[in-house]
Every structure is written in C-alpha cells, then in structure tokens.
Write a protein that binds this ligand. Structure first.
Ligand code: GTB
Length: 217
C-alpha cells in the first residue's frame, strides 16, 4: 500500500516541520508505510476538488485503500490502529488514545492561543495584559504534563502515536520558548526528535520546502 498525503507546495513554516502534515509523515515512517505527496498551493486548497477531501480546505489529508481522511489527529489514530503504533494492552491502548486527545484538545489550544497573541494580535491594546495570562495557562499545562510524565520516557507503555501528537504540539514555537523551564518535557521532546523516523520525516519536509524555494528562485 502507498498512502497519499496532501501537503503545502510551499509551506509557510519555512521547512521547520511545523505544519500539520508533520505528524502524519512521522507516523507513516514509524509504521513503515510508503507514501507519496499531493502538493497543493493555497489556491488549490480552496478548490471543490480538495474540499471533497478536506471540507475546510486545509492540509493534511490522507488517502489509502479507497479511504480519504482529514484531521491530523484522526489520521494518525487511523495509521496507529492499522499499523501498530498503539500499545497492545487494552487499557494502555485506551490511555494512549486519551493522550492523543489531550495533545490536540488540552495542550495545543493554549499553545496556539499564545501564537495568535504574539504573531497576530501583537499590536492590539489588550495584548500586553493578555500575554502573561496566556503564558501562565500554558506554564500550568506544561507543569502538569511534566508531573504526568514523571521519569517515564514516553506517555504510555513505550513510544506510541500519543507521543507523535504530543510532541508535534510541543514543537510549536510558543511552547518551545517555555520548555527550558520544564526540563523533563524538553528532554521528552528531544528524545522524540532523535528518533530515526522523526529525523526522516523532518528531512523529507525540509527537502520539499527547499526544492520549492529553488523552483521559485
Ligand atoms: N485540525 C486540523 C488538523 O489537525 O488537520 C488543522 C489543519 C490546519 O490547520 N491546516 C493548516 C492549513 O491547511 C496548515 S497546518 N491552513 C490553510 C488554511 O486554513 O487555509 C497549520 C500551520 C500553518 C503554518 C505554520 N507555520 O507557518 O509555522 C504552522 C502550522
């Protein structure tokens, strides 16, 4: 089986592996699944053809075996369920899925909120008062994550899809800036980034971005 993943033709992340296809690429490489890319411009994202795959006109999408999926977390869960990126044990598997949801619905929203405040609302009069509040909320989440991790290397019974989703959220710049205050979480992210599959996925997306830059030059 060769899966097809839709990605930006020119990712605005500058090849830093921050767009949401990164989690899908990483999961596919961890799972040993070959994949091709469907590269799309911003204009192509909004066509009816792409909206048939992704109703909101976004990347990533995933196509394989006649199935088309969107939402990076759901795609990673599907790859994990079909290719062994979740614990075998029933309870551990359920807990790993809980951590996938925690990544996208408890950690990531606070990280994105900080990004929006810093990048898009920096000139608004309320931002200087709001930023410390958001930072405090994010610090609280990171402290709780550090407590939950304890001295375990991964969230649940060995590396799993839960770690892919959590680390992709934690790699966003608004979280990275605070990680030095949370050494256990920083070490967790570094451990994940040292995995060969992560490094391959990162190199792949960077090479794609560089090729696109060269084509435009
Ligand atoms: N919940 C969806 C999922 O997880 O799949 C969210 C998908 C999503 O936000 N996709 C973004 C997109 O297609 C790209 S990843 N945006 C185009 C649009 O909405 O029109 C988000 C992203 C973009 C850029 C950076 N960056 O430059 O650092 C980081 C993350």
């Amino acid at each position: 089986m060769t899966a097809v993943v839709s990605v930006f033709s020119a990712s605005p992340d500058g090849g830093r592996g921050l767009a949401r296809d990164m989690a899908v690429r990483w999961a596919l490489i961890e799972a040993g699944v070959a994949h091709d890319l469907r590269t799309l411009s911003f204009a192509e994202l909004k066509t009816q053809a792409h909206k048939a795959r992704q109703p909101f006109g976004q990347i990533p999408t995933y196509e394989a075996d006649g199935l088309t999926l969107f939402e990076s977390g759901a795609i990673v869960l599907h790859i994990a369920e079909t290719h062994g990126l979740l614990p075998q044990d029933y309870a551990a598997r359920a807990r790993a899925i809980v951590w996938m949801f925690a990544a996208v619905s408890t950690l990531e929203p606070v990280i994105v909120e900080r990004e929006v405040a810093v990048l898009l609302e920096c000139d608004r009069p309320w931002t200087p008062e709001r930023l410390p509040l958001i930072a405090a909320r994010l610090r609280a989440r990171l402290a709780d994550l550090a407590d939950a991790l304890g001295d375990r290397p991964w969230l649940e019974a060995g590396f799993s899809a839960a770690d892919i989703m959590m680390v992709c959220a934690l790699r966003r710049p608004a979280a990275v800036l605070l990680l030095p205050e949370f050494p256990a979480v920083a070490a967790y992210v570094a451990r994940a980034e040292a995995r060969p599959a992560f490094m391959q996925a990162f190199a792949d997306q960077k090479a794609r971005w560089q090729a696109d830059q060269a084509r435009r030059a």
